[in-house]
Design a protein around this ligand. Sequence first.
Ligand SMILES: Nc1ncnc2c1ncn2[C@@H]1O[C@H](COP(=O)(O)OP(=O)(O)OP(=O)(O)O)[C@@H](O)[C@H]1O
Length: 611
Amino acid sequence: MTVSDTDPRDPLRSGEGGAPGPSNGPVAGFRDVLPLLRPYRVPLGIAFFLGTLGTAAGAVQPLVVSRMVDTFQSGLPLGEAALLVVLLLVSAVLTGVRELVIERTGERFAYDSRERLVKHLYSLPMARLDFRDRADLVTRVTTDVSETRTFLTSGLIDLAISTITVLISLVMMALIDPVLLGLSFVAVLVVFVVVLALGRKTRPVGLQMQNALGALAESVSRSLGSMKTVRAARAVGRESDKAMAMASEVRRAGLRAAGLRALLQTVSGVAVQVLLIVIVGFGALRVASGELTTGELSAFIMYLMLMVTPIAMVGNVVASLGEAFGALARILEIKSEPTEPDIQTANSSILAGHADEVFRFEDVSFRYDRPTSSVPDTTELTLSSVSFSVARGETVALVGPSGAGKSTLFSLLERFYEPTDGRILFHGQDVMELSRDKLRKQLAYVDQDAVVLSGNVRENLMLADTEATDTECIDALRQVGLVQDREEGRRYLEKQIGEMGMRLSGGQRQRLAIARALLSGNPVLLLDEATSNLDSRNEALIRDALDLSAIDRTTLVIAHRFSTVVSADKIIVLDMGRVIAQGTHHELIQSCELYNELAKHQFLSGHAEKT
Ligand SMILES: Nc1ncnc2c1ncn2[C@@H]1O[C@H](COP(=O)(O)OP(=O)(O)OP(=O)(O)O)[C@@H](O)[C@H]1O
């Protein structure tokens, strides 16, 4: 089981699996917030406590000022002035420490959220990732977490402290003049109700905004990822228009959010001003009639002012609620997707019992299901009742027309997907009962696209074996003909290869991917058209390297080169997801019409004619 699957401490864990909601799905709310904040309750509690102390220190200040005003006639109020300075200093220090605690907690929250989200994303089943856009997922890990962090830490504490400040001010004002307070209370209540009502409207707009941002990232990354194709197809204008359409969507949602925010801030600002004017006017009347002293009115007004900032703050926090809850909903949506279940049981070790048979496919059928669908999928099977076996040390070639299901077979071997029916045995054990990690430790896989990662050559090689020394890396590079000697090898290891290996030729990328597989030393090699871009000299070199590298090595190769196919111990012919024949080249030439056709047209025809 993966960490995020089971970890009860995971605050972003929501629900137990189930289908993911659509990205415009339910908006998150306060009910989702408490479990998220539970792990940070101590520092947040401290921040709240410090904030309350700071508020209390601030709340005493109007009383001191009131005494100063009323005792001015009888002499200089030096004692009160000194007390005021001390109170100012105390509130300043408390505010500073509180901010530090909040910000540090915020960073911890963001880090923890990202860690859990990244782990969760990395363990989602391939079938689910196939339906997700990568750039949108990246936005969830970056921008959405930042939005959530700001609101859930500083925003909420500010909200709580603002409420306390308002309450303390109200109490102090009640002590000074309950009549004036009654008036203030009604006015403040009206402001709160209006602000909260407007705030609710911002939530769906916030979700729209975050989704539009995700779609924009998706569109830009799509074009940047295939810029050569886009330019060659003279589609730069169209692609940038598409990106700009997404940017307009962001702008539309942003404008709607801005409108609501402006309305909120205006309403709260105007309400506060009206409140002040009414209270000052009414208070002046009460001083004139002798029911209040000037000092008391000063204190009352100061308490009112003390309330103004928090009320405005509440307006701001409520205005940012929409975006924060929108971002949170997008994070929770991913977290609600079940991760790839894995097995860590005692019997998950690879048994060496069936020494001679490495793989056996028993009536394996497979369909690429739509992951969110709850109704049975009616799409065609990609593989149907596939059965074959591979013995230790054998080289088995998979051949067949494009789309026959050859790469899909490799994906099942790697357990990227699970068979819909039938079993795949590895050394006699059902792969479903093996830990993916242990199974993959036995396999060295070279993808059809010879995937290499941005970074340098060394990083790419060490992806397979983190302990590999430079000498081992250089040996692997020499085996595939990428370098001739150690000196060149040392320089080559530092070479930056660009995103997706853009700074390498197609053949160099393939050789690097094969070098990585060789370096891993894993006993079963899965090569998916891994030498298609190589010239015949380099292809022969790689064939020798593969032959030499391990006598016991079992190789499954999806091949279209005649030389690779003809020398295989066994050839499996696939057509439309079915195994239609298997045998050696000479057997198949006699017995399989499709194989004959492939040999004529698909394999290198020059060689084919020599047979
Ligand atoms: N991730 C996927 N999701 C849905 N369908 C897929 C996915 N990958 C492949 N397919 C479909 O499965 C079928 C078999 O694809 P596969 O890549 O296994 O064929 P192949 O024999 O390796 O073809 P080629 O020689 O062209 O690489 C194709 O119809 C393809 O469209």
